[in-house]
Design a protein around this ligand. Structure first.
Ligand code: PSU
Ligand code: MN
Length: 306
């Protein structure tokens, strides 16, 4: 029995040459941003990784295979497709077995990256503990995936649509290292600070790579969450974003939006309520995370023995 993976030519070649590779998710394309900015951003992110000296591998499920690296045509097709499945750990096998089209969330991208021998993954924000989780039990499977699959995930923290203190608590309980990059505070996606201190802080890609390797040497399962603050000039002030978040949350509650639909609904409403400003910031922070992800992958590929 073989694992149903198929590599793009670029990623296959990078693998044979032992080059640095950075995985990228596809739910951000299908459920996180509107077309055509979703595909434009995906291309920009890939270009940024190549510019940094690494190779991008955007991951998605099509025709019974996990695609590791998407051609221009496949990326275009995915970005315009309707009804694409949003895949977390629970959905991956059914989607593959049914030959359906699926976009990978953080959790599913980690699983697929690991199967493909890729250790670093860059994205925008991770899922977390939703506000009101004490009633709904809505806790993203991303958190448990970080505890079990050895991939270092670079994100701009988690959005304030979530309950950030509870998200940090669950990550701690699950034994996930949460590492703020270059600052003490845990970033909150559109804002550089959540007002909460991150449990750990590192200031260079090399140190993050060394910590990743050390987890492997200790036989600890799971990865690391690197929380990289949005660049200063792209930050959206609290006064602008907080009312949009509150309104989007209130609408979601009023309309009974639940389960998998919650995160995409909130992202879309906040985009509308901020006249697209949330998207501009989102693009800037994903590019920033792509650069750091590439630097970590390069450090992992070059200092193999430390
Ligand atoms: N948070 C964001 N942007 C995103 C997502 C989360 O700021 O695009 C996507 C990611 O794919 C993440 C998923 O893995 O939503 C989490 O969904 P849920 O909350 O249903 O687990
Ligand atoms: Mn959920």
């Amino acid at each position: 029995m073989t694992v149903p993976l198929t590599f793009s030519d670029e990623v296959l070649q990078a693998h044979t040459e032992g080059r640095a590779i950075v995985a990228l998710e596809s739910t951000i394309i299908t459920h996180g941003m509107p077309w055509p900015q979703n595909v434009e951003t995906a291309r920009l992110v890939e270009a940024e990784i190549r510019k940094s000296g690494a190779i991008p591998a955007t991951i998605a499920v099509m025709a019974g295979f996990v695609h590791i690296g998407l051609s221009e045509a496949k990326l275009d097709f995915l970005g315009q497709s309707q009804g694409v499945m949003k895949l977390s750990r629970a959905d991956l096998a059914v989607c593959l077995a049914q030959g359906k089209i699926g976009a990978t969330t953080v959790a599913a991208t980690m699983i697929c990256a690991h199967l493909a021998g890729i250790s670093v993954f860059a994205t925008g924000g991770i899922g977390g503990v939703h506000r009101g989780a004490e009633r709904t039990f809505d806790v993203s499977a991303d958190l448990m995936e970080l505890a079990r699959t050895p991939v270092t995930v670079v994100a701009a923290g988690a959005k304030a649509i979530l309950d950030l203190p509870k998200t940090l608590e669950v990550l701690e309980t699950q034994g996930v290292p949460v590492i703020a990059f270059g600052q003490d505070d845990f970033p909150a996606f559109w804002s550089r600070s959540s007002g909460l201190k991150a449990p750990l802080r590192l200031d260079s890609a090399r140190e993050i790579a060394a910590a990743h390797r050390m987890r492997g040497r200790l036989g600890l399962p799971g990865g690391q969450l690197v929380a990289n603050p949005i660049p200063q000039d792209a930050e959206i002030g609290r006064a602008v974003i907080d009312p949009a978040i509150e309104q989007a949350l209130a609408e979601a509650a009023a309309r009974g939006i639940a389960a998998k639909a919650v995160t995409p609904f909130l992202l879309q409403r906040i985009f509308e309520l901020t006249d697209g400003r949330s998207l501009t910031a989102n693009i800037a922070l994903v590019l920033n995370n792509a650069r750091l992800g590439a630097a970590i992958a390069l450090a992992l590929a070059t200092d193999k023995d430390t």
